[in-house]
Design a protein around this ligand. Sequence first.
Ligand code: NAD
Length: 486
Amino acid sequence: MQEIRNFINGEFVAAADGRWFEKRSPVDNSVIARIAEAGRAEVDAAVRAAHAAQKGVWGGLTTEQRVDLLYGVADEITRRFEDFVAAEMADTGQPNHVQRHVFIPRGAANFKVFADVIKNVPAESFQMATPDGRGALNYAIRVPKGVIGVISPWNAPFLLMTWKVGPALACGNAVVVKPSEETPLTTTLLGEVMNKVGIPAGVFNVINGFGPNSAGEFLTQHPLVDAITFTGETRTGTTIMKAAAEGMRDVSFELGGKNAGIVFADCDFNAAVDGIFRSVFLNTGQVCLGTERVYVERTIFEQFVAALKAKAESVNYGRPEDHASTYGPLISAEHKQKVLSYYAKAKAEGANIVTGGGVPTMPADLQDGHWVQPTIWTGLPETATVVREEIFGPCCHISPFDSEDEVINKANATDYGLSTTIWTTNLARAHRVAARIEVGITWINCWFLRDLRTAFGGSKQSGIGREGGVHSLEFYTETRNICVKL
Ligand code: NAD
C-alpha cells in the first residue's frame, strides 16, 4: 500500500508521534494509502522552513530566475502527466478523460500562466508637484507577502491547489499546503516535482491531516503564516477567518455556491441541454461552479426536462481507468450520506422525481463504492431545502419561468453568488440579464470556460477577493510606495 508522508523543507517525513490515517478509494471503498497526519510539531517545522526559505534563497532570486524554475515545474508535471492522471483518478474516482483533458493540464498551466503574469506586471509611477518647484516622483514596488497557507478541497484537488501555489510562488512567497484529507496524492507528487526541478527546500511544503484540531487548524493559527488562501465550504471559511483575525492576516476565500442555470426559449436547444447537463453532472456534481437550480422558460419546459432526463439516464458508471466510463462515484461515504439525505428531503418535501433519487445497482466489485444516481427534480417551491442549500452532488431542480424579471429575482434569491450560466440567442437580453445577476462569473451560451488571466471569485457568501491574472497579485503581494524628492 502507498505511504504518503508530509513534505517539509524538501524531505518526505512521517509524523513524530507516528499517527497515520487511511485513504479509501471512492470507487470500491478499499484502502489505497495510509497518510502521515501532521501534528503541531510538523506544521511548525513546515511553516518555519517556508519562512526561512522565503527570507533567504527564494526571496533572493530575481523574477527571471523564479519564472524559469516555475516553467520547469510545469514541464515536469507534463513529463509525469500519466502519474498525475493516475493519482488523481485513484483519489477522486473521476473518469480518465476529465483528468486528462481538464484537471491535470490546468494544473501545469497554473505555473506557466502566473510565471507569465509576474514577468509582465505593469509598473505604477506618479510625478507630483512640490512647493519648491522641483517635484517628486512616486513609484510602487511589489513585494511578496511571505508565507502563504494554502488550504484546498477534494473536488478538483490538483487544479485548485496549483491555482494558488502557482501565483503564490511566482510572486516570491513560500507556501505550506494542506490538501484535503480525502485527496493528498497529487499534492505529494508535486513535492517530488519541486525537488526534481530544483525549487529550493522549504519553498513548497505539504502537511497532511484534517481541519479542526488537526493540520488545517494548526496552520491557520501559526503566527508566521502571513496570509491564508482557502477553497472550501462557506462554514469552514467562517472558522478560518476568525483564526486569521489574530495577527491581522489577509484571507482569500473561494467558497460554496447554489448556482442558477437560465434557459430562454430562444436558445440553441441542443447546446443548452448539453451545457446544462455538463454543468449539473460533471465530476458527479462536485464542482463549485456547477448548476443545482435550473430555470427554463415555460414554453420549452416540458421538452427541456425530457431531454435532460434522457441524457442523465445515459451516463456510463465505471472505474476511472475504464475509458468508457463517463460518470464516477462521490468522494466519500460521508458525502454519499449527505447527498442521499438531500434526495430523501426532496422526496419528503413533495418533489416530482424526474429521474434517479437513489443508489444505482452496481456490479459486485463496485458495490461498496460511493455511487449515487444522477437526479432531477421538478415541482418544488423556491423555499424547498434542495432549492436553497448547496448539495454538491449530481442533481438539480428545474422550475419554469415566464419573464426576465421573474427569473432574475429567483436566481438572485440566495445567500450565495458564485456563478450563472445563461442560454439565449438574443444577445441584448444575454448582456442585460448577465449584468443583473449577483455572481462573480456569468457564462453566456457556455459553462466552465476559464481564461486564467480573468478575475475569479464569488459574491455574497461565495467568497472574498478575486484571483486570476493580475488580480492574484493583489493578494499574493504587497504594494509599497517610494517617494523621491527630485
Ligand atoms: P471543506 O471546507 O470541508 O474543506 C476544505 C479544506 O479545509 C480541507 O482541506 C479541510 O481539511 C480544511 N478544513 C476543514 N476545517 C478546517 C478548519 N477548521 N481549519 C482549517 N482547515 C479546515 O470543503 P470540502 O468539502 O473539501 O469542499 C467542498 C466545498 O468547497 C463546497 O462547498 C464547494 O462549493 C467548495 N468549493 C468552492 C470553490 C470555489 O472556487 N468557490 C471551488 C471548489 C470547491
